[in-house]
Design a binder for this molecule. Structure first.
Ligand code: MRU
Length: 375
């Protein structure tokens, strides 16, 4: 997507083909800093410490990390050990394992001398495919936004760029920064905006790491999409007052039965949407579906992060210094689950690269029939 008119991806290989560049997302929105990852250890750190984050992007970064590991040790043992180390960086998003499995499957049959180059090429394919898939998600999701725009503006004669905006609430950052490009939840939004359909986005701040405030607001603003930041607790109130036409969120792992695991707080938005008759859509690449899991609540591992993310805040002082402050008494301890599970019954639809379906085993099987046979 564009930053002030210039197209960017969130990860890109160095020209010599031995390292990758990333945007250090811990520095946003205050500073746009890019970093070069040259070793598998650096790739693992970037994922664990959330310089890169978002399910598809951590998969892409891990794929490059594995290619770097194979340049050092292309043996079967080296491959298995590096894949295990990268997989252990974050537990919830299934794309991480998916990408590592894809690279492993493509290099394992090859002689050791060919593995690093093949892994590098596969990581590039994973990135290019992510861009295409997210673009397709956007095309499908756009139909939902168009329908609402048409309904809201019926008889009002709103032309291109005019009329009542479609108000979309989103949680966390499922934007281009969370993927290689386009984003998942944001892809329909960007495509509607680019098509001249008026959209307005309610951005949940997404405590404790504030991915909404720091990342979603930043990228929407840079692309010129109308938006407003709200505290996480505001969504229900906005819905009660008719100020939200639809919710679109992303997901870190979706079960074969349509349960959706996403950033902590997503479940509460789904409950509020359900109570207020607001459609609640989840946008996802099929690499986010864990076909081996059918009960999201019991089977998906939920990442527990440091309580310090809850008890402290980091931001920019008025004179431009980054500062971390405590917001609790020093003895207060915090629990910090990073994700929650929204049961399929609260999800209006899943927006995938193959189209839109019900959040159910049958819905997913209608789009991915080859998977029904496999599971
Ligand atoms: O902890 P994060 O920032 O990696 O969490 C990201 C999310 O929860 C996103 O909504 C999800 O990965 C979907 S990204 C397209």
């Amino acid at each position: 997507m564009k930053i002030d008119g210039v197209a960017h991806r969130s990860i890109w290989p160095a020209e010599h083909g031995r390292s990758v560049h990333i945007i250090d997302q811990t520095q946003l929105p205050h500073r746009f800093v890019t970093t070069e990852l040259t070793t598998p250890e650096a790739a693992a750190t970037a994922i664990r410490d959330m310089w890169v984050r978002g399910a598809p992007l951590i998969g892409a970064t891990a794929a490059y990390g594995l290619a770097m590991a194979l340049a050092r040790d292309p043996s079967d043992a080296g491959l298995a050990q590096a894949a295990a180390q990268l997989a252990a960086t974050r537990p919830t998003a299934i794309n991480l394992r998916w990408a590592l499995d894809a690279v492993t499957a493509s290099v394992a049959p090859l002689p050791e001398s060919a593995r690093a180059a093949a892994a590098w090429a596969k990581a590039g394919e994973i990135c290019d495919e992510d861009v295409e898939v997210n673009h397709a998600i956007g095309r499908h999701g756009l139909t939902l936004i168009r329908e609402i725009a048409a309904r809201k503006n019926q008889g009002k004669g709103g032309g291109k760029g005019g009329g009542e905006p479609v108000n979309i609430l989103t949680h966390c950052n499922a934007g281009w920064l969370a993927t290689v490009d386009w984003g998942t939840a944001t892809s329909p939004i960007y495509q509607a905006h680019d098509a001249g359909i008026p959209v307005h986005v309610w951005v949940d701040e997404t405590r404790p790491r504030n991915q909404g405030a720091g990342l979603t607001a930043w990228e929407l603003g840079r692309h010129g999409v109308s938006h407003r930041l709200v505290v996480d607790n505001a969504g229900g109130h906005l819905m009660q007052h008719g100020l939200v036409d639809m919710v679109i969120v992303g997901t870190d792992r979706t079960t074969a039965t349509g349960d959706v695991c996403n950033k902590i707080g997503t479940y509460l938005k789904a409950l509020a949407a359900h109570d207020n008759g607001v459609p609640f859509h989840v946008a996802l690449p099929s690499s986010t579906i864990d076909w081996t899991v059918s009960d999201g609540l019991r089977e998906i591992p939920i990442e527990e992060r440091s309580g310090r993310e809850v008890t402290h805040l980091t931001g920019l002082t008025e004179d431009g210094r980054s500062e971390t402050i405590a917001i609790t008494p020093p003895t207060t301890e915090a629990t910090n689950p990073a994700f929650d599970v929204t049961p399929a019954r609260l999800v209006t639809s899943l927006i995938t690269e193959r189209g839109i379906c019900a959040a159910s085993a049958d819905g997913l099987a209608s789009l991915f029939p080859e998977r029904r046979a496999a599971s």
